[in-house]
Design a protein around this ligand. Sequence first.
Ligand code: CP
Ligand code: NVA
Length: 309
Amino acid sequence: MAKKDLLSIYDLTKKEIEALLAKAFELKSKRKHLTDLTGKTLGLIFEKPSTRTMVSFAAAMAQLGGTPILLNAQNLQRKRGESIHDTALVLSSYVSGLMIRAFKHSDVEEFAKYSSIPVINGLTDYEHPCQILADIMTVMELLLKTKTVEALKKLKIVFVGDSNNVANSLIAVSAVLGLDFTLICPKDYAPKKAILDKALKYTAQTGAEIKITSDINEAKNADVIYTDVWTSMGAESEAKKRKKAFAPYQVNSELLKKASSKCIVLHCLPALRGEEITAEIMDKYETSIFTQAQNRLYAQKAVLLSLLK
Ligand code: CP
Ligand code: NVA
């Protein structure tokens, strides 16, 4: 059977996302360590820092009976110029799967092209698919009585902030599942045309409502308010300029007044309290934000079982 990669949310069908979420909920309810991945190894390559992705993938692998191998990209011969082609061929003969956090999405695609083992995107400049599976799981867990995609469609999900990797994956998941999604961002930081064109290929079929606006009032009646840092890893030189441009888009108590009374707040973390979100809102909504972080473990266990078993 051909190997399967998870580089983008678009690598998954609606049915596959539903199956992953169902598995993630099952794993969370049992909270039991399994042995399904005994003898399997997962190489984890990090070009950028990570707390959640690194530790949750390593723990998930160990709790499924497998072995994680944490690799700092700085210590690989890639750093001295070894090609992705050669690295991918070599690693494919040692480990059962690779999770890669990279600056360039195209590098992860190249790894996947030359690897004979599944490759998982652990965040690139373009997407963060594993994060988004945990996010959808969290929305279902906290807001829905029946944990189905159909029920999810009734919710208004709003992302306030930069059109970054997390936002791109939220657009993708909304397009594939047919969700009601609004992205509120400054005009100069709207998603690239290619991102929206890709989503549009799905919306007619799935019924997704995807709105991009710079008007903060569009957070009205939101069931979910989601934010992320204004400056992603790799864009640090723009931090000062971004801080100014995004100041009106802070998630704070004023913004939450516009939302539904049952609204939850999400943040993929790490957060800069006082920038994209106030400390007050972080503390008030810590249940949803930290359940979201916790769910990375279960969503990724489901991914690992589906790709490596
Ligand atoms: N949300 C997320 O991916 O966190 P880390 O950068 O800590 O992995
Ligand atoms: N958009 C952020 C997400 C961090 C998990 C970044 O890329 O830095």
